[in-house]
Design a protein around this ligand. Sequence first.
Ligand code: SF4
Length: 358
Amino acid sequence: MERGGWMTRRKPRPEGMGAPPGVRDYSGSLMVMLTHACPLRCAYCGVVRDRRAMGWETLRRSVDFLLTSRSDLLQLRYFGGEPLLEFDLIRRAIGYAAGRPARAGRPVHHMITTNGLGLDDRKLEFLAGRDVEVMFSLDGSAETHRRWRAAPQGQDTHPKLLASLRRLQRSGVSYFVNFVVQPGGAVRSRSDLELVVSWGARRIQVGYCVGVEWGEGEKQEFLGFMEETARRYGNADHQPASKMRAGMELLNLKSRAEPVMLSDEVIVETDGALYLDPAVFVERFFPSLKAAMGLGRLGEVGSLAEVRRSRAEVLRLFRGCCPPGTPQGRLFLNNLALGLDVGGLMDRLGRRTTRDTR
Ligand code: SF4
């Protein structure tokens, strides 16, 4: 399952809260892996898919674990697999978090990632009006989805997906689209992204495949695509309104999420074990990470602050598992370099936007 960052919140998090400039602050954020099951078989999925799912008791303890954070802004992020398969758990967690005294008046924001297929009216009715945001995966045309986000028997899921998007738009629930680009796919992505915009999406996060090598030419092509997208949809150059799509927002410009390979977020596995994010989200490509990036278990560690690690530490652990010179090490460094370049580009363009719009 793809990832999103703090920038998705309605109320923007003040920059620099407890973190040095240029470093995201996840001190009040916790991811939960609700299930490893998913009805899709995306070619770029880095999660190990099977039938493991979280029980209520583990999720309840995850909420309490999040509340050990002293941050003023708290966020619980539901991942999978497909987390909507466990919607009753999400419903219970939202209610439970709202009633906990440890919340001490602080808002708990809930972010749900989804492939969109299970987003029906019943779920949206519950989510509407709550502090919830949906990260909706959509890579463009039916053909692109058939190729990269296929269903096991090759069923055409695209009409269902677009129907879900329309329902989501009608519901008023806050959402953004997560759009993923493949190596060598930047040219096609231009028209795919146009389609996504034509379907009404206004807040978009662009991601890229990890776990595969990006050639230098593919990387440059992708960076060109990102720059063009930032100019077109993210107002990177503060263009006149006539040249911009109304209300468009390219979330990458302010997320500071790169390089995603060094994500230092904490995630609770279905069995209550705690890990650094990459151990779960790229497990299929880097299976040795899980042994190195374990942070203990719910109930054994006192607080979220206790298990947090710096990005430098994530890098050290990655290099220990995937030493330079090995195939895994080369793959890691390749993906890391792409993330650093994308991050540098977004910082540059994002800074320009901020300056120009003051
Ligand atoms: S929808 Fe997400 S979890 Fe499911 S296969 Fe695709 S990337 Fe993996």
